[in-house]
Ligand binder design. Structure first.
Ligand SMILES: CC(C)(COP(=O)(O)OP(=O)(O)OC[C@H]1O[C@@H](n2cnc3c(N)ncnc32)[C@H](O)[C@@H]1OP(=O)(O)O)[C@@H](O)C(=O)NCCC(=O)NCCS
Length: 398
């Protein structure tokens, strides 16, 4: 007989760590274990289910905000999901997921939830679907010398004083995509020295005095063909800035044979490469669920300011957690959306279909062929044009 779910307390830390290690392996050497004094960590909420006194299932909720359709959407980042070996297959996750998602909605209006899945099959039952992945790509460093030189962009090393400019560049890029975290709020302490100190270098791309791109990088150890130059972020606002930063990285060819770039989706940085070598060597699949339909679909910049759409009806069926099911109506006024309960009508989305639509990760035609959208088709092109057009990205693992 199990009890809970309930929020875990400082007294539960030993069991929390033990269940985490059972699922994900021993902590890396040098990892600082959390103690009662710093529990809970900012922006982190952990829930668990017990069998007697024993913690047998846990889920962590992390406070994030993501950019979707030009708006910051409060996001429930699910992490650290584990069920003890002997309790798997008993459905313990159902109540835990419901509790954690509801807490996020209640406390911060977290209308959507995202996670990195070890296996997508675990989360599909809750309406999560794959919308992108956080990838590491490998590039042979010497090939970067073939990137065309920038016309006028220069580079220089960033200092802590440039932290604001780096954040502005990231925000300009991220706000034009669907999916990237805002990197603001409780889960992202804003400390310029810590930021600069966590990389070998942060290189700025400058157009005159304006920062129009940056690369944050770690040199790694050793030198030679098997040494790897790690690029955490390569974020640029102009093609010239992209070329300037690739050319800076190319100068490491004699000491680091390869470059690993953390990236996602269709990265515009690739558009500056004249060669095909862009090999994905690691990929972390990223899933999305809509938890609060009106909350998630209100305030989105879905169209140009002059565009208006009145009462686009749709339904959602099949949400196990029963927060999305029902009939809804989406309107767009001045390019900005509102969504509320509506009359019966329009097409019907499966929860996973709604996730894909929201992210702009699938067209209505593809949703229909996947069995995630059914019913009237006459407005499919309207849905596609409202929700398509932005690239899907994520640049932070959690
Ligand atoms: C993943 C884990 C939490 C699932 O717990 P569980 O009690 O076994 O879950 P359930 O048996 O209730 O299964 C829930 C759903 O996940 C699916 N699932 C479970 N393990 C899966 C796997 N390895 N691959 C694909 N799907 C899986 C089940 O088929 C079920 O989906 P369905 O109802 O649509 O068929 C548990 O197996 C675990 O702790 N594994 C190790 C840690 C881990 O991988 N955590 C996930 C981190 S993202």
């Amino acid at each position: 007989m199990t009890t809970g779910p309930r929020p875990l307390l400082a007294d539960d830390i030993p069991q929390l760590l033990a269940l985490g290690q059972e699922a994900f392996g021993a902590f890396p050497a040098g990892y600082t274990l959390p103690g009662p004094a710093d529990y809970p960590a900012p922006g982190r909420h952990t829930w668990g289910t017990f069998d007697g006194d024993r913690l047998v299932a846990k889920v962590v909720r992390r406070e994030y905000d993501s950019w979707f359709h030009g708006t910051q959407v409060p996001t429930n980042g699910i992490a650290g999901v584990a069920v003890s070996a002997e309790h798997r297959g008993a459905g313990l996750l159902d109540d835990l997921m419901a509790a954690v998602l509801d807490e996020g909605k209640r406390e911060r209006g977290e209308a959507i939830s995202t996670l990195f899945a070890t296996a997508p099959g675990i989360y599909r039952r809750y309406g999560f679907e794959l919308v992108t992945s956080y990838d590491t790509v490998e590039i042979t460093t010497s090939r970067l010398a073939a990137v065309k030189p920038p016309e006028s962009t220069t580079t220089r090393r960033a200092t802590a004083d440039d932290f604001g400019a780096v954040r502005r560049v990231y925000k300009t890029w991220a706000s034009a995509q669907n999916g990237p975290l805002t990197r603001a709020g409780a889960s992202f302490p804003a400390d310029a020295d810590e930021f600069i100190g966590s990389f070998t270098g942060v290189t700025l791309a400058l157009a005159g005095d304006d920062v129009v791109g940056y690369a944050s990088w770690n040199r790694g150890s050793g030198y030679g063909d098997t040494s790897t130059f790690e690029v955490a972020d390569l974020v640029t606002l102009t093609g010239d800035a992209t070329r300037a930063l690739w050319r800076m990285i190319a100068t490491f060819a004699s000491v680091t044979g390869r470059v690993h770039l953390s990236t996602s989706g269709r990265d515009s940085a690739r558009l500056a490469l004249p060669f095909a070598g862009w090999q994905v060597v690691e990929s972390e699949p990223y899933m999305l669920r809509i938890h609060d339909v009106p909350g998630a679909f209100t305030g989105l910049r879905l169209a140009s300011p002059g565009v208006a759409v009145d009462g686009l009806a749709f339904g959602v069926e099949g949400d196990l957690l029963d927060t999305m099911n029902g009939h809804w109506s989406l309107s767009v006024d001045g390019g900005v959306s509102t969504c509320a309960a509506g009359p019966v009508g329009g097409p019907t989305f499966a929860p996973r279909g709604l996730s894909l639509l929201y992210a702009g990760a699938a067209s209505c035609a593809d949703l229909r062929m996947a069995g995630l959208l059914s019913g009237v088709q006459d407005r499919d092109r309207v849905w596609d044009s409202l929700f398509g057009g932005r690239q899907v990205h994520v640049r932070d693992y959690f």
